[in-house]
Each structure stands twice: as structure tokens, then as C-alpha cells.
Design a protein around this ligand. Structure first.
Ligand code: FAD
Ligand code: UDP
Length: 385
């Protein structure tokens, strides 16, 4: 006998991971998604002409320090070694990112060793008068100085976020390290890799359980909630409430797809640091699967802009005005029974895949714990504010 009926709104990582855990606990789980495919924004699809595995909603690289999450994804799919080595074009040259010893030596036309480079940046470039950087700009000026900031970060960030870096929180830049050695791995996590057959194949296996029914091209509306004992909602938080308090701000992306016969740029990701190049980066998808061999190539030029109604919301903006509105939506959500808001959109936070999976596993565990103790299930597993 079923332990109860649950609805997952969204067939991305959040809906799939929570749904699987709770189906294993004996629940009858329905997963709906408005799209024609499972996988959410991690969706991958093989291009029929070239055979290239395309990251349809932008490049996704798996990286984590969470051993349990790494073990979880490896249960469902073989992960092959992949290191993200990003390049950036600026001032007529190609440089290595994140800023490392190669970048510094090339940019300043020097042959510094690690200690010398550290001393050079700290003593001659960094603005040490900034003791507690608050904004993105202050963080950059404090740690790499004006020259590197203007070449690699200022223009890119204006394009990506549509505002001045002085208006953005320092936390956005803190995601990127500065290295005084030749390590050009974009991430510093212990476990990194790429699913051999793409993310959609992996999420398909997570959803492949007799207790789970998946319904695609199915849009959730609140009236459906009554048919279930509980709803896990990974759509947009403001969307659940029909935007009744206004819209939370997002950046969206436009991908200009093009194909090429051969190797277009020689790497997976080429950023463009200057403001007068209208796109932020070009991704060449076959390089995300370096173990495969394809003559043809599929590339995306990526343009960022403010999301309008109907656009796919990608990056939550989370500036002061949005945070105030978020607080009001959180109050509405907390007053709503029978729904848990999860994932990137449900909690209006930028979440990497590993964090999404960690929170999904914790949410499923927390739900079972509440049921066992007979206490109400909270609206959020992790507070979005
Ligand atoms: P989503 O993947 O957004 O899934 C939500 C699903 O809900 C969607 O399929 C949507 O169609 C559906 N939905 C919404 N509303 C409704 C409704 N009303 N009715 C029915 N269905 C609905 N993470 C990394 O770890 N590494 C990376 O390199 C990386 N790159 C990224 C690049 C970009 C451009 C972006 C935007 C994100 C990136 N991420 C990356 C983050 C990653 O995409 C997220 O961690 C992950 O997608 C979150 O999964 P989710 O299930 O919470 O949300
Ligand atoms: N960034 C930049 N130049 C680059 C790459 C990144 O200025 O070449 C800034 C940009 O503001 C971006 C932030 O650093 O939003 C974080 O970079 P990350 O690569 O983590 O961006 P994401 O994966 O979120 O697109």
C-alpha cells in the first residue's frame, strides 16, 4: 500500500532526487514538467547532425567536495574525468582563467615566480586601502587590482548582470579563485567530472522507479495541489503565487547556436572580457565530452539580459529590492500548508548541481522525519533569505 500521494513540480535535479527518495520510502510520486523533456536546466541532448552532446541550457560541469553527493550521482551514471579550463579573450589576446600565474605573467609581460607574483599583485596592483570589500568591484580591486579587473571582470560583469560591478555583492566574485601557480582548473573541488551519457540520461535513471510517474508538457497550477498529500515545488517562487506581489528579478540568457566543421575555438569555454563584444562567452560543446570524437561542432554564443515575463529565468539577481520582495514571498510561502519550495527557482538562489542534490536529499529526509514525528512539513528546507 502507498504511504501517500506526492507531487513534484519540475523534472530537474530537485524533483528527480526528492521524488526518487520518497518513492523508495513507499510514496506514489507524480513528477510534472511544463517542458517536453526531463532534466530541467541540466538537460543534455545529442545533436542529430554532428553527434555532439549539447548542454541545451548552457554549460554544466559537475564539481563538488560532498562525498555523499558524488557517490549518489555515480550510482546512476558513469562520470568521466573533466577539468574545466576556461580561456578569456581581452585586448586582442587569449589569457588563462581563473587569474593564475600564467595570466599574470602574460598580462604584465613578466616571468615572475609564485612568491614574486604574490608580492607584485599585493604591493603594486591590489588596492590595500579597501579593508572590508563589500561590492564586486571592491573585491576585485582589493585582490587583483585595477588593471586585471578592467581587462577580465568589469566588462564581462556589466554584460552578465546588466549593472555596474559596484552595485553587485562581493560574493559573486568570491566564487572565482586567484592562483599564484599554473593551476588553470576553474574549480577547486575534490570531485569533478562529466556524465558519460549526459545529465538527462542520469536524471532519467533517477526517475526510473516503479513508484514514479512522469508527465511532461504539464503545467502545474495550485488547484492540482488538493489531489496530493504534499507538493514539492521547484518552479519559480513568485510564479506559485501568480506574481501577486510583483516579479522577482532574474537575468535570462539567449543562446545563438552555430555549427562549424572542425574545431572552432580549441576549448570548451572562451569568455570575452570586454564590454564592446556583445556576448559574454562562446561554448563549444564537443569539448565537454573530450572522450568523444566528432568532426562537426556545435557552439553557443551566450548573451545575457533582464528576464521578461515568458523568458526562462536563469540567474536570480538578489539585490536589495529583490531581497525585500523575496522576504514578502517567503512569508506567503510559510503561511501555505502542504507545499515545500525547493531548488534554484523555488528558493530564488543560485545553486550549483551538487548543492541542489544535497538540499534535495536533505529535504526528502526532513519530510520523512516530519511525517514520523507528526509535525507540519516546513515550506523551506533551507531559508532563502
Ligand atoms: P531546474 O533545473 O530549473 O528545474 C526546474 C524545472 O521545473 C524545469 O524543468 C521547469 O520547466 C519546471 N517547472 C517550473 N515551473 C513549472 C510549472 N509551473 N509547472 C511545471 N513545471 C515547471 N551547476 C553546476 O553545478 N555546474 C555548472 O557548470 C552549472 N552551470 C550552470 C549554467 C547556467 C547557465 C545555469 C543557469 C545554471 C548552472 N548550474 C550549474 C546550476 C544548475 O543548472 C542547477 O543547479 C540545477 O538546474 C537546479 O535544478 P532544479 O531542479 O532546482 O531546477
Ligand atoms: N566573471 C567575470 N569574468 C569572467 C568570468 C566571470 O567577470 O571571465 C564574473 C561574472 O560577474 C560572473 C562571476 O564572475 O557572474 C562568477 O563567475 P562564474 O564563472 O562562477 O559564473 P557563472 O558560472 O555563474 O556564469
Amino acid at each position: 500500500m502507498s504511504a501517500g500521494k506526492l507531487l513534484m513540480v519540475g523534472a530537474g535535479l530537485s524533483g528527480a532526487v526528492i521524488g526518487r527518495r520518497l518513492a523508495e520510502a513507499g510514496y506514489e510520486v507524480t513528477v510534472v514538467d511544463s517542458r517536453t523533456h526531463i532534466g530541467g536546466n541540466c538537460h543534455t541532448e545529442r545533436d542529430s547532425d554532428t553527434g555532439v552532446m549539447v548542454h541545451v541550457y548552457g554549460p554544466h560541469i559537475f564539481h563538488t567536495d560532498d562525498a555523499e553527493v558524488w557517490s549518489y550521482v555515480n550510482t546512476y551514471e558513469t562520470f568521466l574525468p573533466y577539468k574545466n579550463r576556461v580561456k578569456t579573450t581581452s585586448r586582442g589576446q587569449v589569457f588563462s582563467l581563473p587569474v593564475n600565474l600564467h595570466t599574470i605573467n602574460q598580462f604584465f609581460d613578466k616571468t615572475l615566480r609564485p612568491d614574486e607574483a604574490r608580492a607584485f599583485i599585493t604591493e603594486q596592483q591590489a588596492d590595500t586601502s579597501i579593508t572590508d570589500p563589500q561590492s564586486f568591484e571592491e573585491q576585485a580591486l582589493r585582490f587583483v587590482g585595477k588593471d586585471l579587473y578592467e581587462a577580465f571582470f568589469k566588462g564581462y560583469t556589466i554584460k552578465q548582470w546588466g549593472c555596474q560591478p559596484s552595485e553587485l555583492p562581493a560574493s559573486i566574485l568570491k566564487r572565482l579563485p586567484v592562483r599564484f601557480n599554473y593551476d588553470d582548473n576553474y574549480f577547486f573541488h575534490k570531485y569533478q567530472g562529466m556524465p558519460e551519457n549526459g545529465y538527462t540520461a542520469m536524471i532519467g535513471k533517477i526517475l526510473d522507479h516503479p513508484g514514479i510517474t512522469v508527465k511532461l508538457e504539464t503545467v502545474f497550477d495550485r488547484a492540482q495541489a488538493d489531489q496530493y498529500d504534499h507538493v514539492f515545488y521547484s518552479g519559480a517562487l513568485d510564479g506559485y503565487f501568480c506574481y501577486e506581489l510583483g516579479r522577482l528579478g532574474y537575468r535570462t540568457l539567449d543562446f545563438e547556436r552555430f555549427t562549424y566543421d572542425g574545431d572552432y575555438q580549441g576549448c570548451a569555454v572562451m569568455n570575452y572580457g570586454e564590454e564592446d563584444v556583445p556576448y559574454t562567452r562562446i561554448t563549444e560543446h564537443k569539448h565537454f565530452s573530450p572522450w568523444e570524437d566528432h568532426q562537426g561542432s556545435v557552439c553557443y554564443r551566450e548573451f545575457a539580459r533582464a528576464a521578461e515575463p515568458g523568458d526562462i529565468p536563469y540567474y536570480p539577481i538578489r539585490q536589495v529590492a529583490e531581497k525585500a520582495l523575496l522576504g514578502d514571498y517567503v512569508k506567503l510561502a510559510e503561511a501555505t500548508r502542504g507545499v515545500t519550495f525547493v531548488g534554484r527557482l523555488g528558493t530564488y538562489r543560485y545553486l550549483d548541481m551538487d548543492v541542489t542534490i544535497r538540499e534535495a536529499l536533505d529535504t526528502a529526509h526532513g519530510f520523512l522525519d516530519c511525517i514520523e514525528r507528526g509535525v507540519p512539513v516546513p515550506a523551506f528546507c533551507v531559508s532563502p533569505v
